[in-house]
Design a protein around this ligand. Structure first.
Ligand SMILES: [Zn+2]
Length: 307
């Protein structure tokens, strides 16, 4: 028995580390309220994912369906399923449990699922993943438990995040640069984003090693944005150069690391390695953490003052 375990551990050590890619705020997170822009960016993301054999899960805010052409917004979601991707619930209105309180937050989850659930049912599939907006999971602990218990009782699993490259902060200035035909700014934002993503992926890998002494099966948070549509080949290249093999969210979540308890019940939306560092009483390598460049933060605040 011991010999068998040794052999299997040895084989595992030679496997490439894996990563599941997730996209929040479907049909799209964009400054530009333009259906063609939204449809185009999703088409390009999906083509890129297919080209690079990357499975992905998209998290839907159904309130966005009525912000533009409802039937075309639903067609975007269908396109995701036609491309063999999965869809999950990201609440109806993208409000925080800290703002709504547990009862209204749960009502917002229920309101966020009928279209997605229906599209999955047409393909004999069920909705199983939930992602908290802003990664805010409920505070204090009683509120968090109430939400967790409801999700569990209704067949949802929380989709954690173990790589967060702050893509949203680059994405809105990028939309604005496109709207203003400012090619220089657009190129600058894109380069800064890719550089930040590479640094961030490496930081999260160091953080996983600090907690578990190994790579985990990572879950990366991205958003359905024009920036990611334009950078999809570069993101695929980053995964390749980091030797991270793309897998589905379901597959990534079989990593035993995801059985670690999440004891955090504060108001801030923090990712899961930070939550687990509390549970495991280990510190993360914050000294080497790379912040979003100051000029990007300023650019974001200029185009979207409601941070
Ligand atoms: Zn979101």
């Amino acid at each position: 028995m011991i010999a068998v375990l040794t052999v299997s551990a040895g084989a595992d050590a030679h496997k490439r580390a894996t990563i599941a890619i997730t996209f929040d705020d479907l049909p799209a997170l964009t400054l530009l309220r333009d259906q063609r822009y939204v449809t185009y960016l999703n088409t390009m993301i999906l083509r890129g994912l297919k080209r690079h054999h990357i499975p992905a899960t998209g998290f839907v805010n159904e309130s966005k369906l009525d912000e533009l052409d409802r039937s075309q917004q639903i067609a975007v979601l269908q396109h995701w399923l036609d491309a063999s991707m999965d869809l999950g619930n990201h609440t109806f209105s993208h409000e925080s449990p800290n703002t709504l309180g547990p009862a209204d937050y749960i009502a917002d989850i229920v309101r966020g699922e009928p279209v997605t659930r229906g599209l999955l049912a047409q393909r004999h599939r069920t909705i199983g993943w939930f992602r908290h907006p802003y990664l805010e999971t409920g505070a204090p602990i009683a509120v968090k438990r109430e939400i967790d218990d409801w999700l569990h009782a209704h067949g949802y699993r929380i989709a954690p995040v173990t790589i967060d490259a702050d893509d949203w902060e680059f994405a809105e200035p990028y939309d604005d640069a496109i709207a203003r035909h400012d090619e220089r700014r657009r190129t600058h934002i894109r380069r800064a984003y890719l550089e930040h993503s590479a640094e961030t992926v490496r930081w999260y890998r160091a953080a996983a090693h600090a907690l578990f002494g190994r790579d985990i099966a990572y879950v990366m948070l991205l958003h359905a944005t024009r920036l990611n549509a334009d950078c999809i080949d570069d993101i695929a290249a980053l995964l390749k150069s980091e030797k991270l093999r793309p897998v589905s969210l379901t597959k990534a979540m079989t990593d035993p690391a995801y059985r670690t308890k999440d004891p955090y019940a504060g108001k801030d939306g923090i990712e899961w390695l930070e939550r687990w560092s509390i549970e495991l009483h280990k510190s993360l390598p914050w000294d080497s953490y790379s912040e979003v460049p100051k000029d990007i933060v300023a650019d974001y605040d200029r185009v979207d003052p409601d941070r």
